[in-house]
Design a protein around this ligand. Structure first.
Ligand SMILES: [Zn+2]
Length: 333
């Protein structure tokens, strides 16, 4: 039955909602964008439903062809009950029962997962981790989070929060994190933490290469400028990069030894920066992971890259069908 079916995906971001129509093979028929800039869910959700219906009919399908819808959003949320509780990037969205509203609006099953889980599922069904029974996806941009596949299933945990690896404490007593802990992985290695650290360390050093690249404005320091300074051989930047790479290796080593994955897919930094990002992590990894576990684990940049938002919700929908026994990987062959 799923051979003919289509899937609807929603990726709810802080300024836009992406709607996409695809199928279980990863074919994307089309998509739409809805503004969600300081908007109320009462305005946005009806548009999500109408745009999805429009895409379905525009591509020659009927709502009877829609097997499921999937919703991807960042936290905080009650994923088990399908409720966006207080997403940090949408100030008017509070305790929104998104899964039920979408299911009722479209008349099909709806599934809701956090963005890191959806990225994992997207790379698992359609991208770099296809076919892996044990895999990890690490989002690596503003923050760091993970989606984890173990023994062929997405792991969700007691309260649906598996994968908060960005808040593994790598440096006890280290830099303060917004989460309340100190020394979290993402405080040192993600874009926001790195920007804050560079600003704190360089604001009074206008002659430094990084401050010059930032036109003297410490608030402009970011990962992109850091990469530039590393490529230009600036000693401060090279040193920071080296320290950060070793911490990435520490975190990835912990994950390898804990979960024995066959695939680790790394998000934005890995595919956007390339070897300069990957090589030093791989160099330091033997300090933190067992050789025999590293040998069976392939560490690769994400394949879906900028397109991942189009697959996120569709992957959540497909995983919902998979867990309900209505889809099997044999259908991808
Ligand atoms: Zn933290």
């Amino acid at each position: 039955m799923q051979n003919k079916a289509v899937l609807i995906g929603f990726d709810i971001g802080g300024t836009k909602v992406a709607v996409s129509l695809g199928d279980f093979t990863g074919k994307i028929y089309g998509g739409a964008r809805i503004e969600n800039n300081d908007s109320y869910p009462e305005e946005v959700i009806p548009q999500m439903i109408s745009e999805a219906k429009r895409l379905v009919s525009e591509h020659g399908f009927t709502m009877a062809d829609v097997a499921a819808a999937g919703i991807s959003s960042p936290g905080s949320a009650d994923y088990r009950n399908g409720i966006m509780t207080h997403p940090t990037n949408n100030k008017y969205w509070r305790n929104v029962p998104i899964r039920q509203l979408i299911a009722d609006g479209l008349g099909c099953p709806a599934y809701f997962e956090n963005d890191a889980n959806c990225a994992m599922l997207a790379e698992w069904f359609f991208g770099a981790a296809k076919g892996a029974q044990d895999a990890i996806y690490l989002t690596m941009s503003t923050g760091i989070g993970a989606g984890i596949i173990a023994a062929g299933h997405l792991v969700c945990g007691k309260s649906g929060q598996t994968g908060e690896v960005g808040h593994m404490v790598l440096v006890p007593g280290g830099l303060q994190c917004n989460c309340g802990l100190r020394g979290c992985y993402e405080t040192y290695c993600a874009g926001k933490g790195l920007a804050q650290r560079m600003a704190a360390e360089l604001a009074d050093k206008p002659d430094s290469m990084l401050m010059q690249l930032a036109d003297g404005d410490a608030s402009k320091l970011d990962m992109h400028l850091l990469e530039k300074a590393v490529r230009a051989g600036d000693p401060y930047a090279v040193n920071l990069w080296d320290e950060t790479s070793r911490l990435h290796a520490q975190a990835i080593g912990i994950l390898i030894n804990s979960l024995n994955p066959e695939k680790i897919v790394l998000g934005t930094f890995a595919w956007a920066i390339g070897d300069l990002f990957m090589d030093p992590i791989l160099k330091y990894l033997p300090e933190f992971a067992w050789k025999e576990l590293m040998e069976v684990c392939e560490i690769v940049p994400g394949k879906l890259q900028r397109e991942i938002g189009n697959y996120a919700g569709i992957a959540a929908a497909l995983n919902g069908l998979y867990e309900a026994g209505k889809f099997s990987f044999d259908q991808l062959k």
